[in-house]
Design a protein around this ligand. Structure first.
Ligand SMILES: Cc1cc2nc3c(=O)[nH]c(=O)nc-3n(C[C@H](O)[C@H](O)[C@H](O)COP(=O)(O)OP(=O)(O)OC[C@H]3O[C@@H](n4cnc5c(N)ncnc54)[C@H](O)[C@@H]3O)c2cc1C
Length: 389
């Protein structure tokens, strides 16, 4: 191969650039030192302490793509994917807090926000404020655009009324992207996105869900009772909220893929360490070929899921179409996370079933990957549509 052709060869998907390596290393060290000691307590108390959230801000992972001029880290989408993966390897609840902040909230504000919105909200999101993304309602999950929250024009602003359900970061957030319809008869064309602050009159955070997994991540109801929102807080165009929602979620899905890959890597790491240590029939479990093959199968799964997430993320970053790849990476990585976490529980034996050991939590946490940001059936629908077009 000549020097010229060598330079034309694309780098392998998993080879990270210098800045990506530095980011991954710093988040990995942080996760081990600051998150690992709190995992059990956060799961038991269903809460991420504010002190940890503050440390995530200090680390720079709460505003990865926010330009440095606005106080952010000036990073790229792939950096966010790596940060979510590394945090989720240790605790997928912390992973999703950072994921929603970056791949949904900040992403939407960067892409659709006016200069005024960017100047008012991005510095806060980079420094102290957690964000949340509120689309789902009791009657509209997969059929998201059947939402019932109403927005009515009122002088120089809007009045929002309705209830949102299942909102990640609801407890911690100060800034909410809320989707409401100005005209239910117009179907999806009535939907508009608004930036709502926790302190706006008429806005309250309701009950917090008691969940199977990612228990430390708050999932809350939001109540809007004649909540007044200034016209300047419309995100994107009036009636084009569906576009904001679809396009942001297409990208957010890659973040969930990263969360699930991190979870699977964490579970495999635990399984390897445990089977090397635990002895039965006079030798470590890892010396039985049947166990070795189970671990090898898990490694095959993890590799495939990692490649699909990195590919979708790199396509998105390169400005190429990535819709199908994002759906594929989410469905694959969430299934892999469930399989690998389940294997880890099996290989820990009785210890896999008790809270004193880390893998039962990862098994519980894995389930959400097949539900939020579009269920697996909805991902299959996206993939099939592309196949049959
Ligand atoms: C922990 C957690 C955090 C969440 N965070 C957020 C958040 O931050 N913001 C937000 O807006 N939402 C959030 N959600 C909501 C989440 O996105 C929805 O729960 C999800 O989209 C599914 O909607 P649903 O619960 O109404 O289920 P449904 O839509 O009722 O689906 C139930 C089942 O029917 C299947 N189904 C539905 N329609 C079809 C179809 N056409 N073809 C085939 N099968 C179908 C689904 O695949 C699923 O298996 C969160 C949910 C949870 C549990």
């Amino acid at each position: 191969m000549t020097q010229d052709t060598a330079e034309q060869v694309s780098p392998p998907l998993t080879v990270l650039s210098e800045d990506e390596l530095i980011l991954r290393e710093s988040v990995r060290e942080f996760a081990e030192a600051q998150v690992r000691p709190l995992v059990r307590e956060m799961d038991d108390h269903a809460k991420i302490p504010r002190t940890l959230v503050d440390k995530l801000f200090d680390l720079g992972v709460m505003g990865i793509e926010i330009p440095e001029s606005l106080g952010g880290s000036g990073g790229r989408f792939f950096h966010a994917v790596l940060a979510v993966e590394e945090l989720s390897r240790v605790d997928p609840s912390v992973g999703v807090l950072v994921d929603v902040q970056n791949t949904l909230v900040i992403n939407a504000l960067l892409r659709w926000g006016t200069e005024d919105i960017r100047q008012r909200y991005l510095p806060k999101l980079a420094a102290t404020s957690v964000g949340a993304y509120a689309l789902s309602e009791a009657g509209s999950g997969s059929d998201a655009f059947a939402l019932a929250t109403r927005a009515g024009e009122d002088g120089d602003g809007f009045v929002l009324s309705g209830r949102k359900l299942w909102i990640t970061n609801g407890n911690e957030a100060d800034i909410f992207i809320v989707f409401a319809t100005l005209n239910p008869d117009a179907g999806y064309r009535g939907i508009t996105a608004f930036v709502v602050e926790r302190g706006f009159p008429g806005f309250t955070v309701g009950k917090k869900e008691d969940k199977l997994g990612i228990r430390a991540s708050s999932t809350c109801e939001l109540i809007l009772e004649d909540c007044r929102v200034p016209r300047a807080n419309v995100l994107g165009e009036i009636g084009k909220g569906y576009k904001v929602a679809i396009e942001t979620l297409n990208e957010g899905r890659i973040g969930i893929g990263a969360q699930m890959v991190g979870l699977a890597k964490g579970a495999l790491q635990h399984a390897i360490a445990y089977t090397k240590d635990r002895k039965q029939f006079g030798k470590p479990l890892a010396e039985f070929q049947a166990v070795q093959h189970q671990l090898a199968r898990a490694a095959v799964d993890v590799e495939a899921a990692t490649l699909s997430v990195y590919n979708a993320a790199r396509l998105r970053e390169a400005g190429r179409p990535f819709l199908t790849e994002a759906a594929i990476c989410k469905i694959l990585s969430s299934e892999v996370a469930e399989r690998v976490a389940s294997l880890a529980v099996n290989l820990f034996g009785g210890n896999g079933f008790v809270k004193e050991y880390p893998v039962e939590k990862l098994f519980r946490d894995a389930k959400i990957g097949q539900i939020y940001e579009g269920t697996s059936n909805l991902q299959l629908q996206t993939i099939a549509k592309q196949l049959l077009s």
